[in-house]
Design a protein around this ligand. Structure first.
Ligand SMILES: *Cc1c(COP(=O)(O)O)cnc(C)c1O
Length: 225
């Protein structure tokens, strides 16, 4: 991908998002694009920043710590989202590095995040990850437990829970998962709904996403690790 390719992809994904939202009777700017830059070095991210994009996603704390502090010095108003699983021993680093944490999914992590927020005097928005497919191996809270877990995060730990996030099973048609996540968020009066990736972000926009997480459609195929 050349810098021009990355900028062209970014523009076309943004146009698709606006169109999908309008088609669904929503406002064109109802959905924010999180450009997922995981596995790509700063040279690939800088063209998007120079084009004015400010909202990015990373799935690993260590990788984000290596790339983003320097980019934050170069560009103002960056909004960085942690979209990958978070280990409790990285909770404090995550609180310092990220503006939004999408993967809160267990009481032990919620407690660590609450402590880290207190200690570092920073309160990134938190999303609760929902395992909409009830997959045994997948992170996230089971749909039936979302209400009680969100309540626990807010009341017991005082976490700023602002929404829900899901990654549907790869083998399923994603629409029912997206519809379920939007319904749960609505029931809980949570404003943020994080769902949809390169292959299905338009569908997610139509089904109520407020944030889509798009990587390869912008930056190309990720270098394998
Ligand atoms: C990598 C990743 C994405 C982006 O995936 P693409 O298919 O490249 O758009 C979105 N969400 C999560 C949680 C991811 O880990």
């Amino acid at each position: 991908m050349t810098p021009d390719d990355i900028c062209a992809n970014l523009e076309s994904v943004k146009a698709d998002i606006t169109k999908a939202a309008l088609d669904a009777g929503r406002k064109g700017n109802d959905v924010s694009l999180i450009a997922v830059s995981k596995a790509f070095p700063a040279e690939h991210i800088r063209p998007a920043l120079l084009a004015g994009h400010r909202c990015f996603g990373e799935n690993r704390v260590q990788e984000a710590a290596a790339k983003w502090p320097a980019l934050r010095k170069e560009f103002e108003d960056i909004e960085l989202h942690l979209i990958g699983p978070l280990q409790t021993n990285k909770a404090e680093d995550a609180v310092v590095l990220f503006d939004v944490i999408h993967s809160v999914d267990r009481p032990k992590l919620a407690a660590k995040l609450a402590n880290a927020m207190e200690k570092r005097d920073r309160r990134p928005d938190c999303l609760v990850q929902v395992n909409t497919g009830d997959e045994a191996q997948k992170a996230g809270v089971a749909p039936g437990e979302v209400m009680s877990f969100v309540g626990q995060c807010q009341e017991e730990f005082g976490l700023p829970v602002k929404g829900l996030m899901c990654i549907p099973p790869a083998s399923d048609y994603p629409a029912p998962h997206f519809a379920l996540l939007a319904k749960l968020a609505d029931k809980l009066s949570l404003p943020m709904v994080s769902m949809g990736m390169s292959s299905d972000y338009e569908m997610a926009c139509q089904l109520g996403a407020t944030h889509v997480r798009v990587g390869s459609a912008i930056f190309g195929d990720r270098p394998s690790i």
